[in-house]
Structure formats: C-alpha cells, structure tokens
Design a protein around this ligand. Structure first.
Ligand SMILES: Cc1ncc(COP(=O)(O)O)c(C=O)c1O
Length: 379
C-alpha cells in the first residue's frame, strides 16, 4: 500500500464483526484462567497483554502504525515525546558515554542531556550539523548522534543523508527527532538513521488534545527501550493512544495543507516592513532551500519562524493584534498558533546560547494550521 493508504489503515486489520472504529481498551489489567497461560503471555510465547504499564491494544496499534509509516520493524509509544527521547538515549547509551547533539536541538532535549545525563558522567558534544567536519570530529568514540529533521524553532533542515553517512563511517548510530516533518514528509530510516523519535503530541495527534511520544527502529532496540519504559513507568495510556491513532488517520491530508499554508504565509510575510527574516526552508532565499528540496520533496510542514526587527516589544504588539491566531506554546494542531521560543521551548537555555543559535528576542515561531490561506493572510 502507498503511504496515504497506510496512514488510513496502518496498525489495524478489522476482522468480520469487529467494530470499524477501534474500541478503547480502558483497563489497567487483564484477566487469566491459569498460570500456564499467564506465563506464556509474559514470556511472549502467546499474544496478549498483562498490565497496562507493559502493553495495551490501543498503545500497540499506535506503535504498529507509526512503525509502518516510518518503515521500521517496531515501535514503542511513551507518555510524551521527551519520554521517547529519554528512552532512546538511555537505550543507545545505557552507561555514561559521549553523546553528540545538534546545536539546534529542542531546548528540553538539550536540558535532558545537560541537566540529567551530564551529572551522571555523560559527555555532551554539541555541534553545528551544517559543519560536517565538526560533526566528524565529534563522532570519535561517541555512543550516539542526536539531531532533528527540521529544527525547532528556526526550521533549519539537517542533511540527514550526509550525517548518517558520517555516523555509519564512524560506527555511531544516528537518532533523529522527526517531529516537525512527520513520517509523511520524511522517513529518516531510509536515509540511514538507526532510530526515529516523535513527539506525537504534535503532528501525529494533530489536534492539540494529547501528549504522547513514539520511538521506532529495529526490533531489538525497541524491545530494549520497552523494557526500560516498563521499569521507569513512562508508558502511554489507552485513551491518548486511541486519540493519536485517530489523528494519524488524516496525517497525509493535514501535512499537505499545513505545508501549503505555511509556505503561502511565509511568502506573504517575507520582506514585509518590520520582518527582518523569515525562516522557512522552502523559501528560495533560504540557505536550506537545496537540502530541503532534496529531503522534503512534498513540503516541509506547517512550521516556520519570523525575526521581528523590533524585538520583544514588536512581538508583544503583534500578539495583541492577532485575532484568528493565538499564542500557545505547542505546535502541529489544526489551528494556527504562534509561540515565543525565548519564553517557551528554549527557556531553559542561557540567553547568550539562544542568541548564538540565532534565536533573538524578536523570534516568533509559527505553527500554521489548516485554515483557509486567505484568512491567514489577514491574521
Ligand atoms: C522537536 C520536538 N521534540 C520533542 C518535543 C517534546 O515532546 P513532548 O512535549 O511530547 O514531550 C517537542 C516539544 O515541543 C519538540 O518540539
């Protein structure tokens, strides 16, 4: 099946007399008649579920669907995107080791590496993934390289093919956060990544009504990560998984409209008075245009950023004037929203580091929704 049809059907094959829509299996535990049966399910010799921290029908459906769309052997759903990232990093690097992270990585991911893992002895090597020589130097002896397909908030596109080639040459697995692109626009495993994580809170769920994460990769890796999540308890609940699967069924349609609307709005705002820069990788003047056109031939999703010349005050004025669009510190929903990285996603980074990465007091991140583009031009 092609990708669009897989978005509609992945993870489920209803049999005769099954409900067409999947039921929500809202239980913490499952019943058994005898010890032998329980033992066989616990050992994986028979299919089934024991306890909702270990597995559940709705969670398994989400895992299978995202794995299918990403072209992975297996998936693991978690309580949030951060739980998926945390499970992935600690599975690739179960004991203190050098971890290479793209300088543009989402603020909380860098926070996890700096505040939780570095004190345990992990060595964090932050690199500009646009500088392949620097990446190569950082890879020596590393346990993992972590990067994002499209970075938050400046929407720089990582050359995943080049990065994965370097990772392979140095025997370092590459973990890609594919949240901004979704598997409908980019499948990092095809470029050579070892595993992919998502904040399913964003485009996979797509309606700003759940928090969830997914890790996909080869079965052995995913099962090692699953064992960790069963122990640390960062599991996903059945209702969130059900909502995420419901969202995923329209991911192909949404990603197309998000991409079209974002590019249309970015073009509309580019060059307007007071707008210093529009960071959209598919604007012809973007330094990422070539790599984005190659890696994201069907669009780059709904995210882009603006740098307003008037700094924080200009952002405040803009927010007060907005009518259709609201300030909200998440992304990937059906409504267009704006966020302010200085106070939200990148709050945990020191101001000088934000500036060094191009996030200024005038940076506004836009998550373009599914409205009519004509209305968006008048936001
Ligand atoms: C790129 C990216 N990765 C991971 C996360 C973390 O996801 P969650 O909030 O679901 O834990 C976010 C959240 O904004 C994100 O933008």
């Amino acid at each position: 099946m092609r990708l669009d049809s897989r978005a509609v059907h992945a993870g489920r094959e209803p049999r005769a007399r099954d409900p067409l829509a999947p039921p929500i299996v809202q239980t913490s535990v499952y019943v058994f008649d005898d010890l032998e049966d329980y033992d066989a399910v616990a050992d994986g010799r028979r299919p089934g579920h024991l306890y909702a921290r270990n597995s559940n029908e709705n969670v398994a459906m989400l895992e299978a669907a995202v794995a299918d769309l990403e072209g992975a052997e297996a998936g693991l759903a978690t309580a949030s995107g951060m739980a998926a990232i945390s499970a992935a990093v600690s599975t690739f690097a179960p004991r203190p080791a050098p971890v290479v992270a793209a300088a543009d990585t989402y603020g909380s991911t860098l926070g996890l590496l700096r505040q939780d893992l570095a004190p345990l002895g992990y060595e964090l090597r932050v690199v500009d993934t646009g500088d392949l020589e620097a990446v190569e130097r950082a890879l020596t002896g590393a346990a993992l390289l972590l990067c994002e397909t499209i970075t938050n908030p400046l929407c720089r596109v990582t050359d995943l093919e080049a990065i994965c080639r370097l990772g392979a040459a140095h025997g370092v697995p590459v973990l890609v956060d594919n949240t901004f692109a979704s598997p409908l626009l980019c499948r990092p495993l095809e470029a050579g990544a070892a595993a992919v994580v998502h904040s399913a809170t964003k485009y996979i769920g797509g309606h700003s009504d759940l928090v969830a994460g997914v890790l996909v990769g080869d079965r052995a890796l995913v099962e090692r990560a699953r064992a960790r999540v069963i122990r640390n308890g960062a599991c996903l609940g059945p209702f969130e998984a059900w909502l995420a699967v419901r969202g995923l069924r329209t991911l192909h349609l949404r990603m197309r409209r998000h991409s079209d609307n974002a590019l249309c709005l970015a073009r509309h705002l580019d060059g307007r008075p007071g707008v210093r820069v529009v960071h959209h990788p598919l604007l012809e003047n973007s330094p990422y245009f070539e790599v984005a056109s190659r890696l994201l031939p069907h669009g780059s999703g709904g995210m882009f950023a603006l740098d307003l010349a008037g700094g924080r005050e200009a952002v405040q004025t803009m927010l007060r004037r907005l009518r259709l669009v609201r300030f909200a510190a998440s992304l990937g929903g059906v409504e267009t929203t704006v966020s302010y990285p200085d106070l939200t996603s990148h709050r945990s980074l020191p101001p000088e580091e934000r500036l060094a990465r191009g996030i200024t007091p005038g940076t506004v991140r836009i998550s373009t929704g599914l409205e009519d583009p004509e209305d968006l031009r008048r936001i």
